[in-house]
Write a protein that binds this ligand. Sequence first.
Ligand code: MIG
Length: 630
Amino acid sequence: MTERYVFGTPFDTEAVLDKPAASPESALGHGLKLSADKKKVSYDLDKDDVIYGLGESLHGMNKRGFVYKTFNTDQTKHNEDQYSLYGSHTFILIEGAKGSLGIFTDYPGLVTYDLGFTDKDVLTITAEEADYEMYVITGKSGLEIITEFRKLIGKSYKAPLWAFGYGQSRWGYKCEDDIREVVRRHKENNLPLDAVYMDIDYMDNYKDFTLNPEAFPKFKEFVDEMKAQHIHLLPNVDAAIKIEDGYDMYEEGVKENYYCKDENGEDFIMAAWPGKSVLPDFLRPEVRRWFGLKYRFFTDAGVDGFWNDMNEPALFYSLKGLKETAEEISHLKDKTDTLDLYSLWHYLDTMNALANKPEDYRSFYHEPEGKKIRHDRVHNLYGYNMARAASEVFEEIAPEMETLIFSRASYIGSHRYAGIWTGDNSSFYSHIELILHQLPNLNMCGYLYVGADTGGFAFHTSENLLKRFMQVSLFTPLFRNHCALGCREQEIYRFKDIDAFRNLLNLRYALIPYLYKSYVDSIENNKLMFTPIGLAFPEDKEARHIEDQLLVGDDLMIAPVYKANASGRDVYLPEDMTLYLMKSDKDFTKTELSKGHHFINVDIDEVPIFVRKGKSLTLGKPAMSTAELE
Ligand code: MIG
């Protein structure tokens, strides 16, 4: 059952389209206590309560014991000392002695979740303003509550089958020949491949919907050439629009008044990759439509996949902030003989604080339906509405294509329009574990087309790390090897053991029929694709604290090895299962295991797949691309 509470005058995020009637505040029960200023709701936790949810956020699968802040942030350090990442997914599920309880706080600015951090036995949810809606969901089980919540927020975006193919990406592929080489070397090595990503380097001076004419002289022909080899190209589309006289898109937006404004009503000037830029006001339907139709530049050439980036929006600086900082730093030149350490740190901090400044997010405005609203109050809706802009027009501009779109920034509601990827992780073993925690929490918030940068984005990967990472990603809908400029090249063919990698890709392609079926089933029936065993077996006390095993669809369980140099791992089976240790889709051993704890040996080239009682492992035939799957 869902109860809806309305506090103050909330901004309509459109997270919920079909809203149930509101209950009076006095009806708020289930142990939830509202503070006098109505900004805070608290709840007493029992010792064994587990808290799921918050989608993409950091830390464990059980979010208990930390603070989380939902304010979409371009955060390149996915470390335990960070409070926010790129997406804000404000749903939590409390599983415990008093039963199960779901709480969705629909507020598009900053919400602070103190989940047993300040007081280990108390959970608090604090919205920055007392203008929000809260949905309280009860049911017989956690899984039932999740399904009810997912129905409430509407059907998730469905990516096409080809989007389950393997994709290769790297920040730094500059021209047609760079991409040709990636494709050629995969083919030469018989490595399946469906997609090559075009990162910002393809653009003409980082201007949206342009191409560097020297690097891509005959783009349409190039797209056709790739298509003939069953390769999809996916350009990155950023949020900010370069300020440049003569750049038609920029000029149109100025003429039509489509950009966010500063407090004086002038276009808000900030910087991102294009240098000085402006931000389209995606909260306005007419701006979304204008921006969405620009994708024709690519779809007319046959491009059918996109990733939206920098749409938190990330601010390298604002013009105002830069001027203030420059003024402050200018005093340094008079102090070079007398500089004390505190002043030095002050100057260092001043420079570092230039990007993504809280003051900057408070200094510009949107005008949805003619009403002026300060950005920070609706911050988390920006990337949502950017992805929506494109998603809403694909049917119209590219009816014959099966288009894929996923975004970096998100807020619940955007799950109806696009998938997401989890942003700039690092080549750390702990980030393999992190995606295991994120997957079920993302699924419950509506995000099913999801995946992490496989191999790690920042820092340098190793052959074994990439293998272990792929052994998880080969189960996720988005399966993309992506890496930052300057880091060790991590295309599979750079490494020694290409045969082992090929086996992993063959296993992925053999699993695609099962994975896609499970994915669609999760969308159609508002289920999780990745289910924590604690939720699937709520009566099982052992299962509830296990964070590194997941059911995948209805038939399989995974328990990947994600520690460096590990020869195996502990696994807890909540029921009898059959273990398949897979070296490839054809080469495997099979062992029956009984309910309980086991240590399993897992070689670096093996993928453990557990088949649930009464179920079977159905593998298709691998192929060099999804187009060639039988
Ligand atoms: O400031 O386009 O998360 O995937 O490679 C960095 C360059 C901008 C951030 C994305 C990453 C992408 C990178 N982008």
